[in-house]
Design a protein around this ligand. Structure first.
Ligand SMILES: *Cc1c(COP(=O)(O)O)cnc(C)c1O
Length: 233
């Protein structure tokens, strides 16, 4: 087993253990392997260990990887999630190549993604990004803005609203962190009661994965715990 495969194993065990501890079925929690900045050989190792869902933050880098794996026998089983900030002029390649988009926070981009989704492809699965705690961040909308954007997305033919995503500000106080995650879960449950196809709450990264699972996350986005620290140089 390679280091990446051992890491994946550890993360999967941690997810299962945390789920058990809070009486959740581990199958309710999907693992998205965040492979940004990492080479295709690292992704291949994860694929060989059974990983199928991958998250990428940068449009061109993501597409290069999608195209690389399009020529392999696993192509049809891989699912690519765009999880980075998206400028509206970069929406087309996301609409053309990805299966999921986690950071939708504007009607204008929703409209473009729907218009640009190629004929014959299934609807693009989208999550609305909520800015739950980080006032500094320009990404994501407030919960007050959620009902309108959800309705707008729901009316677009080539998008499928699947749920919510958040990147909370780091908290040193664990009770405060839990409260923030809990707020997201309530908003998610409410959205689900209006739109029955909603089934995904994308919440939790390497440092807050267990707290997010205890609060109700259904998809954790894990990078460094699987692939090691990133080098942006
Ligand atoms: C990089 C990134 C992750 C993974 O972060 P780790 O701390 O390495 O697990 C998850 N979600 C988003 C949106 C990211 O940009």
């Amino acid at each position: 087993m390679t280091t990446i495969q051992q890491n994946l194993d550890t993360v999967r065990r941690q997810i299962a253990l945390t789920a058990q501890q809070c009486d959740r079925d581990p199958k309710e929690i999907q693992l998205l392997a965040v492979s940004k900045t990492k080479p295709v050989i690292a992704i291949q190792e994860a694929i060989d260990a059974g990983q199928r869902l991958f998250g990428e933050n940068y449009v061109q880098e993501g597409i290069d990887k999608i195209q690389h794996f399009a020529d392999t026998p696993f192509a049809d089983r891989l699912e690519w999630h765009f999880i980075g900030p998206l400028q509206s002029n970069k929406s087309r390649p996301v609409a053309e190549y990805f299966h999921w988009m986690h950071t939708l926070d504007r009607q204008k981009i929703a409209q473009r993604l729907s218009d640009q989704r190629p004929v014959g492809m299934p609807a693009l699965n989208v999550l609305i990004q909520i800015n739950i705690s980080d006032e500094q961040s320009k990404s994501g909308i407030t919960l007050a803005e959620l009902p309108l954007l959800a309705e707008q997305i729901h009316s677009l033919p080539n998008l499928m609203l699947r749920g919510l995503m958040t990147i909370p500000a780091p908290e040193s106080d664990s009770e405060r962190q839990e409260a923030v995650f809990h707020q997201m879960t309530l908003a998610y449950e409410q959205l689900k009661s209006i739109y029955p196809q909603v089934d995904t709450l994308s919440m939790g990264m390497t440092d807050d994965m267990s707290t997010a699972i205890r609060a109700g996350s259904t998809m954790v986005r894990i990078g460094s715990a699987i692939f090691g620290a990133r080098d942006y140089a």
